[in-house]
Ligand binder design. Structure first.
Ligand code: UDP
Length: 476
C-alpha cells in the first residue's frame, strides 16, 4: 500500500570532514528526489557549520530537509583535534551516542523509514535491528580500502600480516582477491603496518568492516568505470552495492538534468575557506599551478613541511599550498606559524592559505597538478576535475588510494614512504613540465569516464535511481 507521505531517511555520518562531505551530498541527492531528510551532525560540528557556511539558506530549497544534532560521546570541552574521533569508539562514548540515537529514533516524527549511516558506526546496525528499521551503510573510504580491510583476517591466517620487516614491504600481496597484480604490502592501508594484529585500531577496522555487510545494502563513493573489478569482488560478499560516485559530480549532473540549472555549490566546510586564492589563481596561466593540500586530519612534522616547501620552491611550478591551522607538530610543541610567516615572503611563486575552497580550486583552469595526501574525497575530486596527482599518503586508506592513482589509473605519481625535497621536486616537474601532456591526457580521459558515469543513463546515475527506488520499496 502506498504511503501518504514521502519516505523519511535519516543520515548519520562519522563527524569528520571527509565522512560528512559525501554523506551530505547524498542527502541532497535524495532531497532532490522528494525524500524527507534528517541529517545528524555532532553538536560540535553543527556549531562550526553554522559559523562557516550558508547551510540554512542553501537547504531552505528542500522543504523536508532538517538538521538535527547528536552527541559524539565526548565532553563539550574536548579539543577535537588530530585523530580525536577515534576516542568516540571507546566503549563509554560509543554507548552514549548509541542511546541517544535510539531515543531519537523512537521519538522522531514522522518515523524514519530508512537509515543511511556511516559504515564506521556499527552500533547503528544494532539499534536499527532492535527497532526494525532498514539500514544502509555508506563506506566513505575507497573500495580497495574496504576490500583489503575485509581480508585482514585472511591475510593474518595466510601469514601475510603482520608484515615481518621492511624487506617484505615490496612483496605483492596474494590473499586479497582481485588485488594480486598491483598491490604490495606497502600499499595496504596504514593500519596493516601495525607490528601486532591485536592492535586496537586494527581490531576496530575489522569489526566495523565485517559488520557493515550485515546491513540491507552498501553504498560506495565510486563509479563502475573507476573500480569495476574490485566492485565485482565486493559483490561476492555483499550482493547489494550501490556505486554512486564521484558523488560531488553526480550531484552537479543531477541538478542539471532535473532542473536545467547549474548546481548552486554548497561547501560543507568546518573551517573558514580562504577565497582570496581564487583571485591569485585568476592571475596565473592555465595549468601552471600545483595545488598542495593534505585534507582535514593529516598532521605533519616540521621536517615534512620544510621538505614539502623546498620541494615545491625548487620545482619550476607555481603553487598554492594549504597548511591547516595546528596541523604541524614540532617535537617541542612548536607548530607551523613561524614557518608560514617565513614562507609567506615568497608570494610570487607560492601562495599559502589555511583552508581552501577545494572543489573550486581543483576546477580552476590555472591548476595543472594536485599534490595530495590521497584522502578518498580529494582523490575523487581530483579525478572529476581531470587534474593529475602527486600522491604523498600519510595514513588509513591513503596508502592504497595512491597506488590506485599511480598504477591502476596511471594519472599520477606516488611518493609514499619518502620525505625528500629532491624527489618531490622531480615529481612536480614530471607532472607539471616534463611529462605534462602524458599525465594531462590520462587525467582528462579519466574525467571523461567519470562524467559519463554521472550523466543521464551512466552507471552512477542509474545506480542512484536504483537506490532511490529500493529505499521507497523498503519504506512501504
Ligand atoms: N577540503 C577542503 N579544503 C581544504 C582541505 C580539504 O574543502 O583546504 C575538503 C576536500 O574537498 C574533501 C575533504 O575536505 O572533500 C577531505 O576529505 P578527504 O577524504 O580527501 O581527506 P580527509 O580529510 O578525510 O583525510
Amino acid at each position: 500500500m502506498e504511503k501518504d507521505r514521502s519516505s523519511h531517511v535519516l543520515f548519520f555520518p562519522v563527524p569528520s570532514q571527509g565522512h560528512m562531505n559525501p554523506m551530505i551530498k547524498l542527502a541532497e541527492l535524495l532531497a532532490l528526489s522528494g525524500f524527507r531528510i534528517t541529517f545528524l551532525n555532532s553538536h560540535h560540528n553543527h556549531e562550526r557549520l553554522l559559523k562557516f557556511t550558508n547551510m540554512a539558506a542553501h537547504f531552505e530549497r528542500y522543504p523536508g530537509f532538517e538538521f538535527d544534532t547528536i552527541t559524539d560521546g565526548l565532553p563539550r570541552d574536548h579539543p577535537r583535534t588530530g585523530h580525536w574521533f577515534l576516542e568516540m569508539y571507546e566503549e563509554a562514548p560509543e554507548m552514549k551516542t548509541k542511546h541517544s540515537l535510539r531515543d531519537m529514533l523512537v521519538n522522531i516524527s514522522p518515523p524514519v523509514d530508512c537509515l543511511i549511516v556511516d559504515a564506521f558506526l556499527g552500533f547503528a546496525l544494532d539499534v536499527a535491528g532492535e527497532l526494525g528499521i532498514p539500514i544502509i551503510c555508506f563506506r566513505t573510504s575507497s573500495p580497495c580500502c574496504f576490500w583489503t580491510s575485509y581480508y585482514i583476517p585472511d591475510m593474518i591466517q595466510a601469514g601475510e600480516l603482520p608484515i615481518n620487516g621492511s624487506e617484505y614491504m615490496d612483496r605483492l600481496i596474494t590473499t586479497v582477491p582481485g588485488m594480486e597484480t598491483h598491490f604490495r604490502c606497502r600499499d595496504l592501508p596504514s593500519y596493516c603496518r601495525a607490528p601486532d594484529m591485536e592492535d586496537a585500531f586494527v581490531k576496530l577496522v575489522v569489526k566495523q568492516t565485517r559488520k557493515c555487510v550485515q546491513a540491507n545494502a552498501l553504498i560506495l563513493n565510486t563509479a563502475e568505470e573507476l573500480d569495476g573489478p574490485i566492485l565485482s569482488q565486493i559483490r561476492t560478499r555483499c550482493p547489494n552495492v550501490y556505486a554512486i560516485g564521484p558523488i560531488n559530480a553526480l550531484l552537479k549532473s543531477r541538478v542539471n538534468a532535473k532542473h536545467g540549472q547549474s548546481y548552486d555549490h554548497f561547501s560543507n566546510t568546518l573551517w573558514q575557506e580562504d577565497k582570496s586564492c581564487i583571485s591569485w589563481l585568476d592571475k596565473q596561466p592555465d595549468r601552471s599551478v600545483t595545488y598542495a593540500c593534505f585534507g582535514s586530519i593529516t598532521s605533519m612534522s616540521r621536517e615534512q613541511l620544510i621538505e614539502l616547501w623546498y620541494g615545491l620552491v625548487n620545482s619550476k611550478s607555481k603553487f598554492l599550498l594549504v597548511v591547516r591551522p595546528n596541523s604541524v607538530i614540532g617535537e617541542d610543541g612548536e607548530g607551523e606559524d613561524d614557518l608560514k610567516a617565513h614562507f609567506n615572503k615568497n608570494k610570487d611563486q607560492g601562495y599559502i592559505i589555511d583552508w581552501a575552497p577545494q572543489e573550486a580550486v581543483l576546477n580552476h583552469p590555472a591548476i595543472g597538478g594536485f599534490l595530495t595526501h590521497s584522502g578518498w574525497n580529494s582523490t575523487l575530486e581530483g579525478v572529476a576535475a581531470g587534474v593529475p596527482m602527486i600522491c604523498w599518503p600519510y595514513f588509513a586508506d591513503q596508502q592504497v588510494n595512491s597506488r590506485v592513482v599511480s598504477e591502476v589509473w596511471k594519472i599520477g605519481l606516488d611518493m609514499k614512504d619518502v620525505c625528500d625535497r629532491k624527489i618531490l621536486e622531480k615529481m612536480v616537474n614530471d607532472v607539471m613540465v616534463d611529462r605534462k601532456e602524458e599525465f594531462a591526457k590520462a587525467a582528462a580521459e579519466m574525467a571523461k569516464l567519470t562524467y559519463q558515469s554521472v550523466s543521464v543513463g551512466g552507471s552512477s546515475y542509474c545506480n542512484l535511481d536504483r537506490l532511490i527506488e529500493d529505499i521507497k520499496e523498503m519504506s512501504l
